[in-house]
Design a binder for this molecule. Sequence first.
Ligand code: IMP
Ligand code: MG
Length: 332
Amino acid sequence: MPCTVIAGAFWGDEGKGKIISYLALNDKLDVCVRTGSVNAAHTVWIEGKRYALHMVPAAFIYEKCRLLIGAGSNIHVARFLEEVEITNVNDRIGIDHQASIIEEKHSTQDKTSAHLKGLGTTGWGVGPAIEERVRRTAKLAKDVPELQPYLVDVSAEVNTSIDAGRNVLLEGTQGSLLSLFHGTYPYVTGRDTSASAICSEAGVGPTRVDNVLTVFKAFITRVGTGPLPGELTREEALKRGWFEKAAGTGRDRRSAPFDFKMAKKAVRINGATQAAVTKLDCVHPQCKGARTYTELPKEAKQFISEIEKQTKIPVALIGTGPEALDIIDRRK
Ligand code: IMP
Ligand code: MG
């Protein structure tokens, strides 16, 4: 895999954390760079234990993986320090000098500013922190005493790792349809979330990337406001077993069936070369825990084939349960 970018296909919460944790363990990732900010929570389940990570890269579960946070990210200092302790990664995590800082005032602005009203933001303050960065008045990681031990040049380190042929993963957050440029504006987040933007935040040029893996969930969810074609009622979602609560904010997630048109758009925007489909067991319960493609029932195989036919990219990984290793890996 030398350099792979992982990008969510829809409105986030596709299960990127799970896919990254599998790749970390299975492919023995050398380096994982997290982008975005604290608004996005990546859920990792390992040995019955659940982690909802807002700052630390999801590949932390492979203990030889070097963990980095890119220059384009926004650091929530308290949350970062707390997660470093929970995950015990103090000696192998680095932050770029130029990552910007998200402060308490940004969260207050997020919750009270008239121009953000009705967008259903997470309230962490990411939009206001980015506004401040654009004004060139933001505090950067290099200005924060507690972050001094972690400061590195992420772009230099990642590019050197790519030169050396090491396994590098660039971890995107949220999803393509929350992109400030390509999403359902104004019901979007404050940044571009596409594969190109993930590279940019990490300081990696497009010619250095070998693979773009886009993550689809077998059904679609969205938190906050904005359009969701085919939206189900809460009752219907509960009946189908698709009802979820947000890992970060605890809000109810809205849900809808898989949408091929949006899947094709995600493949186009990200230039995806392969796909993962998560939570197939939530749509086809007989898939639960399957680790080989032949175990899947006919309808599940038809669904996977239809995705491949319409998007014209292979479905390389299929999630069949919450644990990192509940995966059908078709790359083998
Ligand atoms: P903000 O990113 O907090 O400004 O929120 C803007 C929109 O993006 C809202 O609809 C949020 O619910 C959504 N959003 C932001 N981060 C995530 C995420 O990690 N998963 C899902 N939705 C998110
Ligand atoms: Mg999430």
